[in-house]
Design a protein. Structure first.
Length: 528
């Protein structure tokens, strides 16, 4: 087995445990909510229309949007809670609908016979209607379980730990092994849960109480077995294969560094969902572990979700970009020069959010409009100004949030760009799309190694339509009070060059290295 396989396998206990916990708790909550609502709906047509209408409306909301909506509704809370609430809501409809269908489908003669022997409404429900409807209800629970397992993989952007971490990180860093791990274990979990619940359904149809008990015990065993490795806090593969070169190098660095500065402190590092952010979060994590800290990573979150998490100290620190803060957080639509912008940002972060900016890492990762070199030469384009005449016939592609950001609006208005069409896509596929001629212009990241590898050129911006994007290390209100943290991080200020960051990005995106391995090499070349 390759080192990459064992590296991904070492992550499995925590990610599987997080996925199982989300799935089981959300599904259980969905059952507890749906059964009484279903019973009430089966008794009243008016109630049925209302509750099924509400549940159906919730189901029409895209699952990723429902997850994202939970964060602002919970005042910026990230992690388990927003994912749990969204998944619980998402689990309701199949169980609710099958409960209503099952109860209404009970043969009227059984109900009349129950009345004839003097049963009360409650006795009829508990002893006659629910047992007869139980197989149909279980079928709804099976459907809901598969939905919840699949939807839970989308909880990574809101900071919840799940098998989706494999998929999101793998797609961004072009790590096929990680993507396959996430898909395989999520699918396996869905199949296993469906089969166990199917056994309960079949046992209910045959009135086999022993089979139902056996399946229920099996479900409990799956839950406990999934959580056990994470609870025990160890995984043998990490010990058996800790002789990999990157592990040896990391341990040597640890022995030669001050490993007591942050001893006993737990620090949560956040990141956004693209290669550079994964590398930087791993870089910071390795560095702080050398100082004795316990580090937890929350990777793959969106800009506003991550900033909200920093504001309420759910995340302790992450690396942000000045242009992003200016446009996405401060909602400014005019862009001053680099230094005045940074000064105003630092003052606003401290005064309004109690967030401390330690300074920049030393490089800028700006937005820039990129084209294939031969295509740009054929059109006579070397700057964004030259795009104006050609824009109506060109296809522009941007990352998932670019066309809604102030930067695009400013560039569009400044240069009077009237794009023929716009396509939003994951940044992983954006560079490949322009390389293959599927789109004409992309909103590239200027430190991305694929710019050189795919023979792209970044167009000049003579009117300064795009702001500077200098990196800033941001500390949360709680983190800035941590003893020794700011001091420990201060050597990182201005420590990474543009070329070093581009090389690290290229190692992941094009050479197949893991973000952790690229971060380790970046660490070795930046600080003594």
């Amino acid at each position: 087995m390759s080192a990459e396989f064992y590296e991904q396998l070492a992550l499995l206990p925590d990610l599987l445990a997080g996925h199982l916990l989300l799935t089981i708790t959300a599904l259980s909550t969905g059952i507890l909510l749906s059964l009484p609502l279903g019973i009430a709906a089966a008794r009243s047509e008016r109630v049925s229309k209302v509750v099924l209408g509400i549940a159906g409306t919730i189901q029409t909301i895209p699952s990723i949007a429902l997850l994202a909506l939970m964060v602002p509704l919970l005042a910026g809370t990230i992690g388990f809670l927003p994912a749990f609430i969204a998944l619980s809501l998402y689990s309701i409809l199949p169980i609710l609908r099958n409960t209503v269908t099952g109860l209404l489908g009970v043969d009227a003669s059984y109900v009349e016979a129950a009345r004839a022997v003097g049963m009360t409404d409650r006795q009829r429900l508990v002893k006659v209607e629910l047992p007869l409807a139980f197989p149909v209800i279980i079928a709804g629970i099976r459907t809901s379980a598969v939905w919840v397992v699949g939807t839970a993989t989308l909880s990574t952007p809101v900071g919840a730990q799940s098998l989706g971490n494999y998929i999101f990180a793998g797609l961004q860093t072009r790590n096929v092994t990680a993507v396959l791990f996430g898909c395989f274990f999520a699918a396996t979990l869905a199949i296993v849960l469906d089969q166990v619940l199917g056994l309960i359904e079949r046992s209910a149809r045959k009135r086999d109480a022993r089979g139902s008990v056996f399946a229920s015990v099996g479900l409990l065993v799956i839950f406990i077995a999934g959580l056990a490795p994470s609870i025990l806090g160890s995984f043998e593969f990490t010990r058996q294969h800790d002789n990999r070169p990157e592990t040896i190098a990391a341990s040597q660095d640890l022995q030669s560094s001050d490993a007591t500065l942050l001893a006993g402190q737990t620090i949560v590092i956040g990141s956004k969902p693209f290669t550079e952010q994964y590398i930087l979060s791993e870089f910071l994590a390795a560095y702080l572990r050398e100082k004795g800290a316990q580090v937890e990573l929350k990777q793959g979150m969106g800009t506003t979700i991550l900033f909200d998490a920093l504001t309420n100290s759910t995340v302790d620190l992450y690396v942000e970009y000045t242009g992003t803060i200016w446009s996405a957080i401060m909602k400014r639509d005019s862009f001053p020069a680099r230094r005045p912008m940074q000064i105003e940002i630092e003052h606003l972060l401290y005064d309004e959010f109690n967030i401390l900016s330690l300074g920049g890492l030393g490089f800028e990762n700006a937005y820039g409009f990129a084209m294939r070199r031969n295509h740009a030469r054929r059109l006579g384009v070397s700057s964004i100004s030259d795009l104006t005449a050609h824009a109506p016939s060109l296809t522009f592609a941007g990352d998932l949030e670019f066309f809604s950001r102030a930067e695009w609006h400013n560039v569009r208005d400044t240069y009077k760009l009237s794009a023929g069409s716009q396509r939003s896509m994951d940044s992983t596929f954006m560079y490949q799309a322009v390389r293959d001629g599927e789109v004409d212009v992309i909103s590239a990241y200027t430190t991305d190694g694929r710019i050189d590898a795919y023979d792209l050129i970044v167009l000049d911006d003579p009117r300064q339509g795009l702001p500077p994007y200098d990196t800033l290390i941001l500390l949360s209100p709680d983190a800035r009070k941590m003893t020794g943290l700011a001091k420990a991080l201060s050597p990182l200020v201005n420590s990474i060059t543009q070329s070093a960051m581009r090389k690290a990005n290229r190692q992941v995106d094009l050479e197949g290295q893991s973000a952790a391995a690229a971060a380790l090499q970046l660490r070795q070349t930046t600080l003594p």
